[in-house]
Design a protein around this ligand. Structure first.
Ligand code: SAM
Length: 251
């Protein structure tokens, strides 16, 4: 007896759209998304496309009309609600473009709720192309079947970040000069949390002193080796997810 093919098909393309989705609604995608569906994935009428709206969750849709500039989809079955996201922010200092792209992509895969880029005195970059950053996190979320997108906060200078820091949120500060072992600190730090990570050249002494003096900050160590900024951001996030995030949740 031939096995019943999985539905929706695993090969079905996945996209995030701005429109709020709901059964019976018609959604049109244009531009790069239409080109991706029509020319890369070669969808045809009747094919299934998975859409997410970062609000109601994930829906199966059926292609009703295709041309290379516009694809019309009819929304059908609700597949999954928007995933619950652990209340964790990643505050990475801006790095060289390709390295910061990696941080954006991996932070999205790992499940961060908010990415808050920081400019410090030793940063080699002081601006972030937000359109490009949005594309990177959206594509990363589509790739790993997330149903929620991390928020990307406007770039902030370190002193402004510290000044406006929410009182109820732990500010874990990745300090290569030493601190509490990350796993321990994360384990005991219940509630909303964030991880601040420095640039290639690290924080200067005045910045380090200002961060350490902040009432919400806890200096943490990510081990005896000096990690690159992007590695520290990704490794630190993974340890938080394992110790205090949703990696503890039973499937
Ligand atoms: N200051 C060093 C330098 O002068 O080369 C290295 C900075 S390191 C490349 C970039 C950032 O990663 C640091 O500011 C820190 O936030 C984080 N980091 C790297 N290794 C770490 C460790 N072992 N423990 C905690 N944080 C670390």
């Amino acid at each position: 007896m031939p096995a019943t093919p999985a539905w929706p098909p695993k090969s079905a393309p996945r996209l995030f759209v701005e429109d709020e989705l709901g059964s019976g609604r018609t959604v049109a995608v244009e531009g790069n998304q239409a080109n991706y569906l029509a020319r890369v994935m070669r969808v045809g009428e009747g094919d299934t496309v998975i859409l997410c709206d970062d609000l109601t969750g994930e829906w199966a849709t059926r292609v009703v009309q295709v041309d290379k500039r516009r694809v019309e989809l009819e929304v059908g079955q609700h597949l999954r609600p928007r995933e619950p996201v652990p209340d964790f922010w990643l505050c990475p200092a801006l790095l060289k473009k390709d390295r910061f792209d990696l941080v954006l992509e991996k932070a999205t895969e790992l499940g961060v709720a908010r990415i808050a880029p920081v400019v410090t005195r030793r940063c080699v970059a002081d601006k972030l192309n937000t359109e490009r950053a949005d594309t990177i996190v959206t594509e990363a979320a589509e790739q790993c079947a997330r149903t929620a997108l991390p928020e990307i906060a406007p770039v902030a200078k370190l002193d402004a970040l510290l000044r406006d820091w929410p009182q109820d949120r732990h500010l874990f500060f990745a300090d290569e000069d030493g601190g509490e072992p990350a796993a321990d600190a994360f384990c005991y730090g219940e509630g909303p949390a964030a991880l601040l990570v420095g640039p290639e050249g690290g924080f200067d002494d005045a910045e380090r002193a200002a961060i350490r003096a902040h009432p919400a900050s806890v200096a943490i160590s990510l081990g005896p080796r000096i990690l690159r900024g992007e590695t520290a951001a990704i490794a630190g996030t993974a340890v938080w997810m394992a110790e205090a995030g949703d990696w503890l949740d039973e499937e």
